[in-house]
Design a protein around this ligand. Structure first.
Ligand code: TRP
Length: 453
């Protein structure tokens, strides 16, 4: 079966698609809002620590399992741990991917709305307060938010129906660099604002009085979310990698680019937040309130706003494709469903739960579980709990369970690539540091250390 599976045509194709999965709303929407909510600098510091010492090792672990078996997550775990129940872990990944797809599609719907507003010329000529009101009025409209969520999932469906190579690669390859350049232009403007240094200080100078279990859990969850790691998404992608790709190098490239885009997004947003006297803790709406203020100050505001939301749309769809791919590949390869049926099922589940998430800002805003709306609950449970748990599992599985020879072969491409000096520290992190750090942050988050600290 593995011979029949598509392989990424070029190395750049493989990296571009993986970066496409990683770079998305997590960087441009979720990072600034989480950083804003969690005190800025202290959050950034823990976030970077988590990316380097926990994220990259878990990414490599997923790569090893995926590329080593060329199978989907359940098939891979059955091959590496035959006769055991470890392949049941794949259900957790599938559950988490569907939860993420649901709330993520809602925000993609917001992007379509803003693209629509940008094209209609409504995103300029207003005051900062007007933009806040505009967003609040929009999300309070159940029909409109649900309509865009469903439309987005239908577009996602159409792209997926075209298959791995054609669908994903084409889109991923040329959109990312343009988005990057646009971010730089917006940053150049943001830095000229009177309050810019205040914003940069907020982001880059850690104020440790802000450090709390909430911040640590939030930063770790953000690292996992942004890297698309912990629920076998990267495992599925790596199952399409070629045997000559260097896994450690691919993981590093993905992590560096992904983190860079997140930090750039922070440098773009916080100067504006502080110079307009807005709240960094605004939550999910932060970026949508701030961005129009940037556009309208630039010459050709119309063009910038349309281009930005269009690119953000493409960055997001490469991410939703990657999360959908987990359950689709699983249904096709483990349950012999046709690709068409599997894609339909994925979209149907997304629409059902996505609708509930979209309504969390209007008719269901008072419906809370553990004090969270459905949207917040899906986000919190998947990113801050299921992804790190998946991370512990993958690191432990590769570090302790799988045959060391298999791991070595994957890291060195069967001895054909030069053995890097990073291999030992990397393996140390996979085996000890990553799982232990995740568990400690968890216990800290649950308040278990409160009596000692
Ligand atoms: N990393 C993506 C982003 O930052 C979101 C994403 C795509 C994701 N696939 C994933 C998150 C798998 C967790 C798991 O927008």
């Amino acid at each position: 079966m593995s011979n029949e599976r598509a392989q990424f045509v070029t190395r750049i194709g493989a990296i571009a698609a993986t970066v496409g999965s990683a770079v998305g709303l997590g960087n441009i929407w979720r990072f600034p809002y989480e950083a804003g909510k969690n005190g800025g600098g202290a959050f950034l510091l823990i976030y970077i620590g988590c990316v380097l010492l926990v994220g990259i090792p878990v990414v490599v672990s997923e790569f090893i399992i995926g590329r080593g078996t060329h199978k989907n997550v359940a098939g891979a775990l059955k091959q590496l741990a035959p006769g055991t129940k470890w392949h049941w872990m794949s259900y957790m990944g599938i559950l988490a991917s569907l939860m993420i797809l649901s709330f993520y599609s809602v925000v993609c719907g917001w992007i379509i709305e803003y693209l629509f507003q940008a094209v209609s010329g409504n995103l300029s000529g207003h005051s900062a307060q007007d933009y806040t009101n505009m967003f609040n009025a929009f999300v309070a409209n159940p029909w409109r938010t649900v309509m865009w969520t469903v439309l987005f999932l239908c577009i996602n469906f159409l792209v997926l129906r075209r298959g791995i190579k054609k669908g994903i690669e084409k889109v991923a390859n040329f959109m990312m660099p343009v988005l990057f350049v646009i971010l730089l232009v917006f940053i150049a403007y943001a830095l000229t604002l009177p309050g810019a240094t205040k914003g940069l200080k907020f982001l880059f100078f850690p104020d440790f009085s802000h450090l709390s279990p909430k911040v640590a859990i939030g930063a770790m969850g953000q690292a996992f979310f942004s890297l698309s790691v912990g629920l076998s998404c990267l495992l599925t992608y790596a199952s399409y990698f070629k045997d000559s790709d260097s896994l450690a190098k691919n993981a590093t490239i993905v992590a560096v680019l992904d983190t860079l885009v997140a930090i750039l997004s922070g440098i773009m947003i916080f100067p504006v937040v502080f110079s307009f006297g807005m709240e960094p803790e605004a939550g999910p709406k932060l970026v949508f309130e701030i961005l129009p203020n940037i556009f309208q100050q630039l010459p050709c505001a119309y063009l910038w706003s349309v281009m930005f939301f269009l690119l953000l749309f493409f960055a997001s769809i490469t991410s939703t494709i990657s999360m959908s791919e987990i359950s689709i590949t699983f249904m096709v390869e483990e349950h012999q469903l046709s690709r068409k049926k599997a894609t339909l099922l994925n979209t149907g589940i997304g629409i059902a739960f996505g609708t509930l998430c979209a309504l969390s800002f209007s008719v269901l805003s008072d419906f809370t579980i553990f004090g969270k709306t459905i949207f917040d609950l899906f986000d919190f449970v998947s990113s801050n709990i299921l992804l790190p748990l998946g991370g512990v599992f993958f690191a432990w599985f590769v570090g302790w369970y799988v045959d060391k020879k298999f791991v070595d072969n994957e890291l060195t491409n069967h001895g054909t690539t030069k053995v890097s000096i990073w291999r030992r520290p990397l393996f140390f992190c996979i085996r000890y540091f990553a799982p232990i750090a995740i568990i400690i942050i968890f216990l800290y988050g649950l308040g278990l250390f409160d009596t000692f600290l």
